[in-house]
Design a binder for this molecule. Structure first.
Ligand code: GLU
Length: 376
């Protein structure tokens, strides 16, 4: 199915790599393998995002820790030490391939807060437009307990959603989802394609974890696949234990593919349409209302009125001259929207004291009501 998207796609590819693939038994980065991955992806026409684990694994040795850190504080300290080397190794390798790398550390809280979500999305958008390769990991220093992603599988799925990826690849030490434990069942078969993640598939993942096959990580991989496919991004789960990371994948020789449930933008619009707690209202002139219907973003120029006090990222209702036309997430707090109402973006700096952050509402952050639809 999406084999082409892997090495030849135009839209973002997110590749997640587990610690067991990146770090050898002596606690060193497996540079040759990383170089092979970079080599395989440098020619890809579309953007690449790498979600890389391995910070804790790399940080253990310099701290004199043997085995897995037992306390969270040790794990966080190891991650802080290891992350520098991890990022530097990726940066060196991408640079040798002619690309600039960027470090992006995220927590679950960052992506759940709408304002910070928009910031993260804007940063990714800018990096990808400039051909930079973001190297993403969880911000382990501040992420603890209930605010942790806890595993980079889910972080990768949320990243794929954030950048509107055309494919998410999870590279780990398993080469796919099996219909039974391949360690104990001689005839266990790899499931090459999953159209829909149903209870049966989830049960297989559960069995995998509890019997130890798939190193206990299959549950989070299926969870990640659920998040990504619901957001419109297909997922390939496969083994990274090959010297050439992507050999054979574009011919479907290994791995499990999970089909996307719908197109990414449709998924996002559906989510936006379901939001109900409006914190304000923006009234648009006829020109802006017409532009929105043609697929444009909402510019300050077309704003007639601003109601309510709301932060950046808040859900606001959009009214045209004839009433409600849609809703979206405001790219500015209400005070700033009032300041720039009716103005051209060239004046933003004078009005706001900074040059602004683009349109009042980005076209991907708004949804228009159908003509006969009642606003929520
Ligand atoms: N953030 C952790 C690290 O870099 C890895 C978490 C995971 O692999 O799930 O070591």
């Amino acid at each position: 199915m999406n084999e082409q998207a892997l090495l030849h796609g135009d839209r973002p590819l997110v590749v997640k790599i587990g610690s067991s693939i990146l770090i050898d038994d002596a606690g060193r980065a497996r540079r040759d393998w990383m170089a092979a991955l970079v080599g395989a992806l440098t020619g890809r026409p579309g953007p690449v995002v790498v979600v890389s684990s391995g910070a804790i694994g790399l940080g253990r040795r310099p701290l004199g820790l043997t085995g897995r850190p037992t306390s969270l504080a040790d794990a966080q300290a190891a991650a802080a030490v290891g992350q520098i080397e991890l990022a530097r190794t990726w940066a060196d390798l991408w640079s040798a391939g002619g690309r600039t790398a960027a470090q992006v550390l995220l927590t679950l809280g960052d992506l759940e807060d709408r304002g910070r979500y928009l910031n993260a999305r804007n940063t990714f958008e800018t990096l990808l437009e400039r051909g930079v390769v973001p190297i993403v990991n969880e911000n382990d220093t501040v992420a603890t307990g209930e605010i942790r992603f806890g595993d980079n599988d889910r972080l990768a799925a949320r990243t794929a959603q954030l950048v509107g990826a055309e494919l998410l690849v999870l590279l780990s030490d398993v080469d796919g989802l099996y219909d039974a434990d391949p360690g104990t069942t001689p005839h266990a078969r790899r499931i090459p394609f999953v159209e829909h993640i149903d209870a049966e598939i989830e049960a297989l993942a559960g069995t995998a974890a509890s019997t130890g096959f798939g190193t206990g990580g299959m549950v989070t991989k299926i969870e990640a696949a659920k998040i990504a496919t619901a957001a419109g991004c297909p997922v390939l789960l496969t083994s990274g234990r090959h010297d050439e990371p992507f050999d054979g994948l574009d011919e479907g020789r290994r791995g499990t593919w999970f089909a996307a449930r719908q197109r990414p933008l449709a998924a996002r619009k559906q989510w936006l349409r379901g939001l109900q707690q409006h914190e304000g209202r923006l009234t648009l002139d006829a020109g802006a209302a017409g532009a929105l219907k043609r697929g444009a973003s909402l510019l300050a120029r077309g704003l007639v009125d601003v109601d309510g006090d709301f932060p950046r990222g808040a859900l606001v209702r959009l009214d045209g001259p004839d009433g409600a036309i849609g809703q979206g997430l405001s790219g500015y707090a209400s005070d700033d929207v009032r300041a720039i109402r009716g103005a051209h973006s060239e004046r933003f700096h004078a009005l706001l004291g900074y040059s602004g952050r683009g349109p009042v509402i980005h076209r991907d952050d708004l949804v228009l009501f159908e003509p006969d639809e009642m606003p929520p």
